[in-house]
Design a protein around this ligand. Structure first.
Ligand code: ZN
Length: 264
């Protein structure tokens, strides 16, 4: 048997820095309890997971910069509402997947973006798209506060804008958004594709046929959108996703290292 190695200088330095960040960003008890009460899908967390989430929220708030635009002033309360929902998916993964960006831009409500699309005949179509959030590779995450605020009601439709955008951030951490978040090795990546691709195809068939699915039909737009909307359902409507798509649920449970349907 070998004795456990003492922590390296680097590990001790990181622990010291983390302790400083936690001290700087201590979340008051009353604000924490209020945040948990407002977000019903957090109530299933046991005491250990809840403590981990609170710790991650402190570190997240220390690492990220919030910018209110359109006259919106981002309060501590609002920033914590974002942090708690953003940190839920990475509860057992850590914040490393979010290291590629710093800024979070908060708008009071949905943002209208002018889009253009060239069809197969070369004709360019211009249209307006209403965005409740947007994540760009290496860039800031944009969120509509109205949508973040209404997370409890939205959860009844298995919708969650924060989890959606941060699922995109995780997806992009593996280079480009393609519905495949970072995998530990080639075998895990092959397994992901072998479960995810048929799930996406059958989902698109159901959506095309106008059928019901607990996963937001918007996911039929592209594989990366399917990963984002499936992640929303996984965290805010886990039992429903588990019953409707057990193989996809198991894939997400393995990736996120959480079993919210089991705890619900
Ligand atoms: Zn999306």
């Amino acid at each position: 048997m070998t004795a456990p190695r003492p922590p390296s200088l680097r590990q001790r330095w990181q622990a010291w820095r983390e302790g400083r960040a936690l001290a700087r960003r201590t979340i008051p008890d009353d604000l924490w309890r209020l945040t948990l009460a407002r977000l019903p899908f957090l109530r299933r967390l046991g005491p250990d997971d809840e403590a981990t989430l609170r710790r991650l929220c402190s570190l997240f708030l220390d690492q990220k910069e919030f910018h209110g635009v359109g006259g919106l002033e981002v309060t501590d309360d609002m920033a914590l509402a974002v942090a708690a929902q953003a940190c839920l998916p990475v509860l057992h993964l850590g914040l490393g997947g979010y290291a590629g960006f710093v800024g979070i831009v908060m708008h009071p409500d949905e943002v209208v973006a002018r889009r253009s699309h060239e069809d197969d005949d070369g004709i360019v179509h211009e249209y307006d798209e209403e965005l409740s959030g947007e994540a760009m590779e290496g860039g800031p995450v944009m969120l509509s506060w109205a949508d973040v605020r209404d997370a409890a009601e939205a959860a009844e439709w298995s919708y969650n804008v924060v989890i959606h955008e941060f699922a995109h951030v995780l997806d992009m951490a593996a280079g480009g958004a393609d519905g495949i978040p970072p995998q530990p090795d080639a075998a895990a990546r092959a397994h992901w594709i072998s479960v995810f691709d048929p799930a996406y195809e059958s989902f698109c068939d159901i959506v095309d046929a106008g059928g019901y699915t607990v996963v937001d039909p918007y996911g039929a737009e592209a594989p990366e959108e399917f990963f984002a909307v499936a992640s929303e359902a996984f965290f805010v409507a886990p039992r429903e996703l588990h019953d409707e798509r057990p193989a996809l649920y198991a894939l997400l449970a393995g990736y996120f290292r959480q079993d919210p349907a089991g705890a619900a």
